[in-house]
Design a protein around this ligand. Sequence first.
Ligand SMILES: NC(=O)c1ccc[n+]([C@@H]2O[C@H](COP(=O)([O-])OP(=O)(O)OC[C@H]3O[C@@H](n4cnc5c(N)ncnc54)[C@H](OP(=O)(O)O)[C@@H]3O)[C@@H](O)[C@H]2O)c1
Length: 329
Amino acid sequence: MGVSLAEILIERSEELRREEGLNIRIVGIVDSSGAAVNDKGLDLEEMIRTKKKLGSVSCHNEYGRHGLNVLDLLDELDVDVLVDATPTNLKDGEPSFTYIKKALTYRIHVVTVNKGPLALALPALRELAKHKDVVFRFSGSVGGGLPVIEFARQCARGDKIVKVEGVLNGTTNYIISRMEDGLDFKTALTEAQEKGYAERDPSLDIMGFDTAAKLVILANEVVGRKVTINDISIKGIEDLEKEDIDEASRSGETYRLIGRVDGELEVKPTRIKREDPLAVRYSMNAVSFTTLNSGRHVILGRGAGGRETATAILRDLIEIKKKLVEVRI
Ligand SMILES: NC(=O)c1ccc[n+]([C@@H]2O[C@H](COP(=O)([O-])OP(=O)(O)OC[C@H]3O[C@@H](n4cnc5c(N)ncnc54)[C@H](OP(=O)(O)O)[C@@H]3O)[C@@H](O)[C@H]2O)c1
């Protein structure tokens, strides 16, 4: 349902109207049980209360609709933008993939933070958005609130990005950092799970698939490669031993799970100098863009979190608004 986004929209609505000319009316909210719909606009405080108290927005006494899904809603309502924050599925990208395709086909702008459909079919989705002349944005899909894609665009302006390297997964970075502190892999993983960094099934993180999904997005968006996750060579941290880290440490080096795009597309535990800017610790993310003429630029920060990711969605909505104004002018 996007509770963090709803909270931020409530807190900042006045400011967004005044400073960005952004007047957002939420006409439908969907969760896994159904939807709440009001074409005059839903009261977000009421929606958050309903979600927290009753478990689903579809339980709202006036606007709740059990069983209604995103596809039904797109047929029923006249909407400008679909915001997708459904759970990531790297097997077939569903349900997000079908939702996004339908919205773009209906010429509805789309903002998603879901890596699944992007990892599997970003070139095709971009093509569809272009064909339908709508905006398709996904800032929050890499780095949460960290403006990685925007930063890359700035680096590429008047220059050319020739290499991308990134620590793109907070869970694995936390595990490696704790192994540097002396824990073994299993204990570090359990700690990451207890702290809420790792998923209940952490295999997508550990085996490098989450990093690979984000690398696909960067490869398409900032290096102009038309690739999917199937084009990436992927090795996770499952075989990384504390002894490997201790041995690297004796030479002033360490390991990070790094996704890299240059001539190749690869995710693997990589030995780097401790003073390398990518040697960030714990749940931090860091991405470096090497350009043809202006050198290496690095962005780092917290790569996840509900409010951070909601801020990235808002950033995309502001961009959509700007593009629409440009088109009208
Ligand atoms: N949180 C972060 O730090 C972060 C950072 C970057 C990207 N992301 C991405 O953001 C997405 C959401 O993450 P999250 O942490 O907010 O996950 P979450 O807490 O599991 O929330 C997912 C939401 O999607 C709803 N949902 C599930 N199936 C649905 C369906 N078929 N149709 C409509 N809604 C459905 C869920 O409904 P119920 O409430 O009924 O279960 C829930 O409200 C994921 O793709 C994740 O990879 C998250």
